[in-house]
Design a binder for this molecule. Sequence first.
Ligand code: DLL
Length: 434
Amino acid sequence: MPIFDIDFETMPREGLEAIQLRRLQTTIDRVYATVPFYKKSFDAAGITPGDIQTLDDLKHLPFTTKQDLRDNYPYGMFAVPMEQVVRIHASSGTTGKPTVVGYTRRDVDTWAKLMARSLSAAGAGSGDIIHNAFGYGLFTGGLGAHYGAERLGASVIPVSGGNTKRQITIMKDFKPTILCGTPSYILHLAEVADEMGVDFKDLSFTSGIFGAEPWTENMRAELEAKLHLKAVDIYGLSEIIGPGVSIECKEEQNGLHVFEDHFIVEIIDPDTGKVLPHGAEGELVFTSITKEAFPVIRYRTRDISSLNPTPCACGRTHIRMTKPAGRTDDMLIIRGVNVFPSQIESVLMETKKILPHYQLEVDRKDNLDTLTVKVEINEGLFSDDIKSLQTMENQIARDIKETLGVSARVMLVEPKAIQRSQGKAVRVIDKRNL
Ligand code: DLL
């Protein structure tokens, strides 16, 4: 399959690392001179820009955290004057203030190129019509994919999220070939298509580019079967650039290539901050090495993944990160057992009779955390007698216990009982602090 930026994406590691070092050093010099936060944090760590002589020296630099960005809200981390900033986005900010990020004209251009690479990795080319159901607005998904599609020369339909019935009509009439959106919203699209009597088999999609939230291999299988397309995972975050940090290639669908000529990726132990070797699971940390307005040094994402340096069938030499299982702050600790919502999703999706719409409720009773898993079942089953529903609930609870070691109460609910998302799904309701 053609590679959009063939010279950079398939560059031998030695050349790639030489570029990384040069770009890293330039970025470090620049942030030290222009962003008071970095000058202060490097000084406090006793490091000067001149100390960064090799890529390995990166590990001596202090981390940047979400809290640091909040402390400098809204523009304190910008490395250029506002006159050079042409775009502002913000992260969803589920807790506290959102993180505000800025782009210069060159940053927007870099981002468009990285998203063109991403779409191309998913099999898209200039002849494709891209149905972009990522939300437009402060969220980076919509505009990120939009600019990438235009850069690729494809035709983009800027539908955004919501207005779901109309989206189905557009899919039928405009014949888009590539579908972009969050997996939970795409699942909802599939559900509405079903209700409208539209079969994806009769639509024109070949690839789906899904991301912005964790989703499991089981969910991939379900979406691919329902939508008759190949689904690839796309990952990114506002603080680094938005979508376009990494993506799976359609050939392998196995790990997301990080665009390493623009971002240096590390995996660290979230407790000690120590850099972990390839293959080990830990927290993703990124350093942007080409950003002008909002460069970040060793930004702690709180996302859990691991790195795989083995060569890929697609020809790209950029390292692959495994599908993120979730965020450290989304991890539930139920009676001492750690569990990510996506692990529960995996177990649920093994049960054929239930629908992949679910929500987890965490509460505290008698000083112990409790977990309730609400999951929808299909119409036919819901009219079954109470006893057989209870049997099924118990069976799923047993499966969860056996697979994850966590005790949960399972509640089967009727179709549509769980609110549908237009963007990122709300998977966990935490009632402990209400
Ligand atoms: O979600 C950017 C994006 C848009 C990525 C469209 C992919 C597609 P934020 O709103 O800042 O940016 O949220 C970033 O979402 O730290 C992860 O926790 C999560 N996330 C993003 N992509 C994935 C993914 C966009 N593929 C946060 N798998 C990140 C798992 C993901 N989690």
